[in-house]
Design a protein around this ligand. Structure first.
Ligand code: ADP
Ligand code: MG
Length: 613
């Protein structure tokens, strides 16, 4: 038999390697921005067209590349960052594998313009499908500009696999945020389809967090500081009340690199203990510094997972650091954490982190909450406000807004298996079990309703109906409430605002990233504060984008999930009756929009059998 094994041509080998490193436009963004950081840039600009499918451009003012380096940089395993095996144990750069540019050049058309700061003239290279097609001298600024066009032009299967523009853009924004949060001293900006999404002047960590997440986050941050032999932990955790129902703003950085770690997430979660409910996700920005020899970053091609030499110790340090921070916040809730967010202040993170010297008081922390002064103040404001509101709206208070809507209530519904359930019109009142399930009679026996799943279903169908009928019922706020969104969410809001309003909100774009809430859907007045409801809605919408639902479906679902009565909430008989009626009016009464079962039936025969033994 003749010999059949051959070495793969470089272009194919690079394409295969690209499969690991470059999964989507966001991966290109990550690699190029990280290279710009490694090049010592103080300014980095990211320009995106069509969620990176048409163009990804990164402009930096870093050290640039010589003629030979420029050409070499596209070779596989070509790197200036390590030279020998031992260097792997002292990595202080983002990159070191020398794969990114080779991979990108294998699956896209790349233009690179680069000039070192000493040179008069720079150079321009064109590369496509791993081949340098042009290299010529050109005028350039000191630094490097990469333009990556037509990503996956020669890998159609991959291109097809890409998600819609909003989803890909969301991934890009996430990568950009991760790098930006880790490098506050670099001025970074991002444009998408000519619109500036981020403008982040150089500053300290807190300033960077605030300019990315929006001003309201400032009051929700509690600084952490823990210095030990093997690890330094700094950064911020969110006050308990800043925790959210959806995963999101949780960032851990190790030596300025964003990492994913369920283990450390768990440590942080444990520190919150009972300060937040079980299902809530706390907010955090944790910066961990360790000796590079104590970690292995090389476990994954995208370098987002790392191994710690002293994993257990670090777990404990993180837990204790967060617990201390939360404890001291409880002792001195009036401390002004919000100071020093003006840009142009000294870029001195240590001082910013160290602004709390309060004593720790861990034992009483859970019991103390939420006795913070600012909190009480907020509460009494709310009370006063509610009183005014109650006076003004007495008429509509007498009758829940929901009942004012026309309900065509069916007396029969069918279950998932097609079994028909008939209501008893004037039966005994429903009964609530464990503040979670509603028990009610039906002709054949009884029905157990999961109050949360059922309410989600009801609201979902009602929201869809308002979206398609353009008939909405709005409950006006006495005073408009303002809400400020971060850039990413504000960009999404632009797209969905008319539809949100079609569901019964009355929200006005106030310019910048600020929105005025004039009213919320009439049926939801009891469910949550208007701004909280809005925040939840947007968070939920963003996290549902992954499901590719279409705007209306996503919105209807997000609002339903955000506003639904939760398990554990006590309900009065009229409320329960109304809920049963509304559920019976649903088209698909047996499943919540997220797929949970809403009803369980038990017929008299089955009950009887139980007793016969
Ligand atoms: P790695 O970052 O792992 O070294 P890359 O393929 O990302 O590998 O880059 C290869 C080399 O190209 C880098 O080691 C660096 O020397 C050079 N390089 C890449 N991007 C830039 C840039 N923006 N400015 C200066 N040099 C760069
Ligand atoms: Mg790199």
């Amino acid at each position: 038999m003749p010999d059949i094994i051959q070495l793969l041509p470089d272009s194919i080998a690079n394409q295969i390697a690209a499969g690991e490193v470059i999964q989507r436009p966001a991966s290109v963004v990550k690699e190029l921005v990280e290279n710009a950081i490694d090049a010592g840039s103080s300014e980095i600009k990211l320009i995106i067209k069509n969620a990176g499918k048409t163009l990804i451009q990164v402009i930096d003012n870093g050290k640039g590349m010589s003629d030979t380096d420029a050409r070499m940089s596209f070779e596989r395993h070509a790197t200036s960052k390590i030279r020998k095996a031992e260097d792997l144990f002292s990595i202080s750069t983002k990159g070191f594998r020398g794969e990114a540019l080779a991979s990108i050049a294998a699956i896209a058309q790349v233009e690179m313009i680069t000039k070192t700061h000493e040179e008069e003239l720079g150079r321009r290279l064109l590369v496509a499908g791993s081949k340098v097609t042009k290299q010529e001298p050109c005028q350039a600024q000191g630094g490097t500009t990469f333009s990556v066009k037509n990503l996956f032009f020669n890998v159609p299967a991959r291109r097809k696999f890409l998600k819609s523009d909003p989803v890909e853009l969301k991934h890009i924004i996430e990568e950009f945020k991760r790098v930006a949060l880790a490098h506050p001293t670099i001025f970074m900006s991002m444009y998408s389809n000519e619109q500036e999404i981020y403008h982040l002047p150089a500053g300290n960590y807190r300033q960077r967090i605030v300019s990315i997440m929006g001003k309201p986050v400032n009051d929700r941050l509690v600084p952490i500081e823990q210095d030990t032999e093997i690890v330094t932990i700094s950064g911020f955790v969110g006050k308990p009340e800043a925790a959210k129902k959806t995963k999101g703003d949780q960032y851990i950085f190790v030596n300025d690199r964003f990492i994913k770690s369920n283990y450390l997430n768990h440590a942080i979660r444990m520190a919150y203990d009972e300060l937040i409910v079980k299902e809530a996700y706390p907010l955090f920005f944790l910066y961990i510094t360790v000796d590079p020899s104590q970690i292995d970053i090389n476990v994954h091609p995208t370098k987002t997972e790392i191994k710690f030499e002293e994993e257990r110790l670090i777990y404990n340090y993180v837990r204790v650091a967060v617990k201390h921070a939360l404890g001291s916040y409880n002792v001195s809730p009036t401390l002004n954490f919000g100071a020093n967010t003006n840009f142009g202040n000294s870029v001195d993170n240590k001082r910013d982190f160290g602004s709390v010297n309060a004593e720790y008081n861990l034992k009483s922390s859970a019991a103390n909450r939420p006795a913070g002064q600012d909190n009480t103040l907020e509460k009494s404001n709310l009370k006063a406000w509610e009183q005014i509101y109650a006076g003004m709206h007495q008429q509509s208070e007498e009758q829940p807004a929901e009942t004012q809507q026309m309900l065509t209530v069916a007396s029969k519904i069918s279950t998932e298996s097609g079994e028909e359930i008939s209501k008893i019109e004037e039966g005994k009142p429903p009964y609530q079990i464990h503040n979670t399930y509603i028990l009610t009679h039906i002709k054949s026996g009884f029905l157990l309703i999961d109050q949360q799943a059922a309410h989600e279903r009801i609201l979902y169908e009602e929201n869809l109906a308002s979206l398609s009928s353009h008939q909405k019922l709005t409950q006006k706020e006495l005073f408009p409430r303002t809400i400020e969104l971060d850039n990413a969410k504000a960009a999404i809001m632009q797209d969905i605002l008319p539809k949100i309003n079609a569901m019964g909100f009355e929200i006005e774009d106030f310019g910048g990233r600020t929105y005025l809430i004039h009213g919320i859907p009439a049926g939801l007045t009891g469910s949550a504060d208007a701004t909280v409801l809005m925040e939840r809605l947007i968070d939920q919408y963003v996290s549902n984008m992954e499901l590719q639902l279409g705007i209306e479906d996503n919105l209807a679902r997000s609002l339903a999930v955000s506003a639904a009565i939760k398990r554990g909430k006590s309900m009065e008989i009229p409320e329960m009756k109304l809920m049963i009626d509304r559920l019976f009016a649903c088209e698909v009464p047996y499943k919540s929009p997220t797929g949970r079962r809403c009803i369980v039936t038990m017929d008299l025969d089955t009950i009887l059998k139980q007793f016969l033994g």
